[in-house]
Write a protein that binds this ligand. Structure first.
Ligand SMILES: NC(=O)c1ccc[n+]([C@@H]2O[C@H](COP(=O)([O-])OP(=O)(O)OC[C@H]3O[C@@H](n4cnc5c(N)ncnc54)[C@H](OP(=O)(O)O)[C@@H]3O)[C@@H](O)[C@H]2O)c1
Length: 376
């Protein structure tokens, strides 16, 4: 039986390319007690995996070890570097699983040696870019397709959306009437921040690349304005959209986009550091002006969503309610076929995508049949 699996082919340069990965048909793995064999249906694509991959040139200062950012991390975690090496199977991001909410793929169980899962159950918990994966049941969620579409666990109630929800709720300290700027505003995290801030009465200005994504940010997500970072000067556009200055910068990208926003933060403004997508390739970096931080009494707040796993059920309930009420848009862009996974990641990192959360559809649930050996 076929088990297409992506592995890392070589160290990766500043611009990630599909040629950096190799596809092979490999043996379907055996499972041990506590595991389930999962047929992957969807893979979530996330830019944050890039710093874990090998670099062809100098490794930029964008990723820590397994202890970084984890409030309950142990010394064992500190010893373990979160890195994916040449020859390793490609992962969708999280290494190792930290909770039942830390998966990167959705699939269907074809064989189970875990008491919580039976054949044909839908499961969120796999992490590899492969068709069949042995997954730890303890770090997985059993999904109910009657509650939400299966791919929702990689999208509206997935980790990126959870990041936007936590980042906005716990760290922005936002008040109605304030002005917030959100970079990568059409992306998986940004989409949620834009809509939450708008719903709470803030003036919201997005940054995205291209006319279509900017139109999505204003017309569909409801932002008051969106700056096309490819064709507009961010600083002068901000002077038009927010002549009084900016209260909060929700920064998903770091790099060169950061400084013009930073210069326009008001006294007591907040810079919320969510991610550094512009810096992952190693060509851009951040230079924050210390004197301005002091003079303007600015607050810089980084956060890591892994610290907030206990709030995931609240997030899931909140988003499910908003979706049922039609009060939230969460766009996905689907790439069809596991062969498309590297291209999807390349597009996500460069911004040459249609916006929304990028998902690779590997298989159809409806086509899954399980024979007497438990295999499809
Ligand atoms: N703190 C946490 O716990 C946590 C958790 C998850 C994710 N993150 C981070 O959150 C950020 C957003 O994640 P996401 O999944 O929503 O990604 P995303 O927005 O879907 O994809 C990244 C986007 O960054 C923008 N970008 C790329 N290069 C850029 C450059 N040179 N300058 C400016 N913008 C550039 C592109 O959007 P445009 O081309 O449209 O600008 C690109 O599509 C990422 O940095 C991610 O690593 C943090």
């Amino acid at each position: 039986m076929r088990n297409l699996t992506w592995r890392i082919a070589r160290p990766i340069g500043p611009v990630l390319s599909p040629d950096d990965f190799a596809l092979a048909d490999e043996a379907v793995p055996d499972i041990t007690d506590g595991q389930v064999l999962v047929r992957t249906l969807y893979i979530g694509i996330a830019p944050g995996v890039r710093p874990l991959l090998p670099y062809a040139a100098l490794q930029p200062d964008v990723a820590g070890d397994a202890k970084t950012g984890r409030a309950r991390a142990t010394e064992k975690d500190a010893a373990q570097l979160w890195r994916i090496q040449v020859g390793d199977r490609m992962q969708s991001g999280i290494i190792p699983p930290t909770s039942p909410y830390s998966g990167g793929t959705v699939g269907q169980v074809v064989r189970s040696r875990h008491p919580g899962f039976a054949e044909r159950d839908y499961i969120f918990g796999g992490v590899h870019w492969q068709e069949y994966e042995a997954v730890d049941g303890d770090f997985s969620l059993r999904l109910d397709p009657a509650e939400l579409p299966l791919e929702a666990d990689l999208a509206a109630v997935g980790r990126s959306a959870f990041t936007g929800w936590i980042g906005y709720r716990r760290y922005c300290d936002a008040k109605p009437g304030e002005t917030i700027v959100v970079s990568a505003a059409a992306g998986a995290v940004g989409m949620l921040v834009v809509q939450m801030a708008k719903a709470e009465g803030l003036t919201v200005i997005g940054i995205a690349s291209g006319e279509d994504k900017c139109a999505f940010v204003t017309e569909t997500l409801g932002a008051d304005g969106c700056i096309d970072r490819l064709s507009q000067d961010i600083g002068s556009a901000l002077d038009r959209f927010a002549p009084e200055g900016v209260d909060i910068y929700f920064d998903n990208v770091g790099g060169l986009a950061q400084r013009p926003v930073y210069d326009r933060l008001k006294p007591f403004g907040r810079l919320i550091v969510c991610g550094m997508a512009a810096e992952y390739g190693g060509t851009e970096s951040s230079t924050l002006p210390t004197g301005m931080i002091l003079a303007k009494r600015l607050r810089i707040q980084g956060f890591v969503v892994l610290d907030h796993e206990d709030e995931y059920p609240d997030f899931r309930a909140d988003i499910s309610r908003l979706l049922r009420a039609g009060a939230l848009t969460y766009q996905t862009t689907i790439y069809d076929g596991i062969e498309q996974a590297p291209q999807a990641l390349a597009d996500c990192l460069s911004g040459r995508n249609a916006g929304g959360k990028l998902i690779v559809r590997v298989g159809e649930a409806a086509t899954l049949t399980i024979n007497e050996n438990g295999l499809s």
